[in-house]
Design a protein around this ligand. Structure first.
Ligand code: DC
Length: 230
C-alpha cells in the first residue's frame, strides 16, 4: 500500500491531535505531535530558569543549550498512546499544564528553536507513513505532503474543550483565563515572523466547531482513502 505524509495544521485546542492520533492508530502510521516538542523545550526553559521575570527568554543561553535538549516519543504500554520524553524522562503531563501553555508562544517564535525542531521532524518523516500535527507542517515541514488538512473552530468552543479536559484531569481551571490564553496564542501563532500559522493553499479546510469526534474521524478517514488512491 502506498505510504503518504499527512500534515494536520490548525489553531490550538481544536482537536487536531485527537483526530490525528486516531487516524494514525487505525492505519498503522507513526503519529507526531509537534506542539509537544515546543512544549518540551518550554518545560526545559522553565526548569532551567531560562525565563526572565517579565516572561522573556534568555535566548543566548537557550541557544547554547539546544544540543542538550533531546525530545523523543514512546508508546505507553498501558494506554498504547505516545508519550513525550525529554532527556530520558517522561514529561507528558508536565508539558500540558497552564504554566507551560502560557510560556510556549515566545519559545515557538525563536528561529533557532524552530530550525532545530523542524530538522528533527523532517527526519522523522523520511520514510513517510506518518501523521504529523502542528502549525507549519503543510507549509514548512512537509510542503510536499500528499494530504494536508487545516483545522479550525471558534475560540469559545476550543476554550470550552480545553476547560473540560483540565477539569476531567482534576486541575483547577478558569474558563476566562483559558479563553484569554487561546486567543492570545492564536494572535501570536498567526502574527509571528517565523513560520506563522496559515493554511497552505492546497490544504483542505475543516471547521469542526459543531462536529463530534466520531464525525471528524469519519471525515478524515475519507480524506485519507481519497489521498492514497489519488
Ligand atoms: O498544539 P499545541 O497547543 O500543543 O502547541 C503548543 C504551542 O507550540 C503553540 O502555541 C504553537 C506552537 N507550535 C508551533 O509553533 N509549531 C508547531 N508545529 C506546533 C506547535
Amino acid at each position: 500500500m502506498k505510504k503518504i505524509i499527512i500534515a494536520i495544521d490548525g489553531f490550538s485546542s481544536c482537536g487536531k491531535s485527537t483526530m490525528a492520533k486516531d487516524l494514525a492508530r487505525e492505519i498503522g502510521y507513526i503519529y507526531i505531535d509537534t506542539g509537544a516538542m515546543y512544549r518540551a523545550v518550554t518545560l526545559y526553559c522553565i526548569e532551567h530558569h531560562l525565563f526572565n521575570a517579565d516572561g522573556s527568554i534568555r535566548e543566548e543561553e537557550l541557544k547554547s543549550r539546544m544540543n542538550d535538549i533531546h525530545i523523543s516519543f514512546r508508546l505507553d504500554a498501558g494506554t498504547q498512546r505516545p508519550v513525550t520524553v525529554l532527556n530520558g524522562t517522561e514529561v507528558e503531563s508536565r508539558i500540558r499544564t497552564m504554566e507551560v501553555s502560557s510560556h510556549v508562544s515566545p519559545v515557538a517564535t525563536l528561529g533557532f528553536v524552530r530550525e532545530a525542531l523542524v530538522r528533527q521532524q523532517q527526519a522523522m518523516g523520511k520514510e513517510k507513513g506518518i501523521v504529523m500535527d502542528g502549525r507549519d507542517i503543510g507549509t514548512v515541514v512537509f510542503p510536499e505532503a500528499e494530504l494536508k488538512i487545516f483545522v479550525t473552530a471558534s475560540a469559545e468552543i476550543r476554550a470550552q474543550r480545553r476547560y473540560d479536559e483540565l477539569k476531567a484531569k482534576g486541575e483547577e481551571a478558569s474558563f476566562e483565563e483559558i479563553l484569554h490564553n487561546v486567543e492570545e496564542r492564536d494572535r501570536i501563532d498567526q502574527t509571528r515572523k517565523v513560520s506563522p500559522l496559515r493554511k497552505a493553499d492546497d490544504a483542505i479546510l475543516l471547521d469542526n466547531s459543531h462536529m463530534s469526534i466520531a464525525e471528524q474521524k469519519e471525515w478524515l478517514t475519507a480524506q485519507y482513502e481519497r489521498a492514497i488512491h489519488a
